[in-house]
Design a protein around this ligand. Structure first.
Ligand SMILES: [Zn+2]
Length: 214
């Protein structure tokens, strides 16, 4: 944190993104307990795996993510990150990678929303875990349909050839973690993974904020 950020944080005391309580950072203890009820495998995350989903996409989590994406509550990324970083297993998982790449959003859509929700979270995680974040390596070449409006087969076709790797050398021989907000059928993130694997990386992992158990 630079001096300006410290001063700003002092003036604008952080509040809990879920309930608004002041003085306990971006996630108060009570809400943390509440969020803990929705974790999937962070707490009993024993075996070595390359996929980690933090929450189940339902009830409170679903509500928060929808607010985060569509109701302009971009500040919620701080709350999500605070939760993830405090979870030792999840944080260790992130730190075991060299680079994090958020699933890209098409430029036009990003301009419309004002932010890429996955990028905000990935940036904060990268900063805390001291790993690199690249947002210019994987790009979205066209503005396709919204995945949630489609069935499983159509989702696969919808993301076909949509993501493109443009600076392969930046991730050569690295351990790359792809980050997305919601995992449903996995079509989006698998399409990204397939593209990243063409760059001779050391390994590719997947991290999502939530998984829709359907
Ligand atoms: Zn709270």
């Amino acid at each position: 944190m630079n001096l300006l950020e410290k001063v700003l944080e002092y003036i604008f005391l952080p509040s809990c993104g879920v309930c608004g309580k002041l003085g306990e950072g971006y996630l108060c203890k009570e809400c943390e307990k509440e969020l803990n009820k929705y974790t999937i495998n962070c707490n009993d995350f024993k075996q070595k795996t390359d996929i980690l989903h933090i929450f189940q996409y339902k009830e409170l989590i679903r509500k928060l993510i929808i607010q985060y994406k569509f109701n302009n509550k971009s500040y919620l990324y701080k709350t999500f990150c605070e939760f993830i970083v405090k979870n030792k297993k999840a944080f260790d998982f992130i730190k075991s990678y060299d680079i994090i790449i958020p699933v890209p959003m098409h430029n036009r859509k990003k301009a419309l929303r004002g932010y890429n929700q996955s990028e905000l979270i990935a940036k904060e995680l990268a900063k805390t875990a001291k790993i690199k974040i690249f947002t210019d390596v994987l790009i979205k070449t066209r503005n396709n349909k919204v995945q949630s409006s489609l069935n499983k087969q159509d989702r696969k076709n919808n993301v076909k050839d949509v993501y493109k790797l443009v600076k392969k050398e930046k991730i050569y021989n690295k351990k790359v973690l792809i980050f997305d907000d919601i995992y449903t059928t996995g079509a989006t993130i698998e399409a990204c993974k397939k593209e990243i694997l063409t760059a001779n990386v050391k390994s590719v992992g997947i991290l999502t904020l939530a998984k829709d158990l359907l």
